[in-house]
Design a protein around this ligand. Structure first.
Ligand code: DQA
Length: 146
């Protein structure tokens, strides 16, 4: 039997604080709550997910490379603040053939001007933002259909 497809879900800085971090913007779900829902949805679709979070840029880059070597079907990436600053994340996304779906809980375009530029989005396959925790589930739907 063929291995199940695996989808990486990578989360950047401060997303470990979801649930208590500015809940008026990011909602009251924790990252574990979101991971549980993603797990259920992936399982129902016959896929595996690998959910990770780090406050360190290099970890995210290593995991993007790992997703490629593990032959992942897609990466959902909420790079948080690094979205707007990281040339190295942009380059890592370009360096792999795994499609990357940029995810945000909030809609960065409706927020401060410094959030309007996304170096991740400029390299990603597509972007889903502004739906709170549902953004991740919508992105998983997209990944499953790629
Ligand atoms: C975020 C949006 C970013 O601008 C911000 O730095 C975050 C979270 C989101 O999911 O809405 O940390 O990526």
């Amino acid at each position: 039997m063929a291995d199940k497809p695996v989808i990486y879900v990578l989360n950047g800085p401060n997303l470990n604080l979801l649930g208590m971090r500015e809940p008026e913007i990011y909602g009251s779900d924790t990252l574990d709550d979101i991971a549980g829902r993603l797990e259920d949805k992936a399982q129902a679709a016959g896929a595996d997910i690998e959910v990770r979070q780090s406050n360190h840029e290099g970890h995210l880059i290593d995991w993007i490379h790992e997703a490629q070597s593990e032959d992942a079907k897609a990466i959902l990436l909420n790079a948080a603040g690094f979205t707007h600053t990281s040339v190295t994340l942009h380059d890592a996304i370009k360096a792999v053939s795994v499609p990357v779906i940029e995810v945000h809980l909030s809609n960065p375009h409706a927020r401060e001007p410094f959030r309007h530029r996304s170096l991740v989005g400029q390299a990603a396959h597509g972007t889903i933002s502004g739906f709170g925790a549902l953004s991740y589930l919508l992105a998983l739907d997209a990944a499953l259909q790629l």
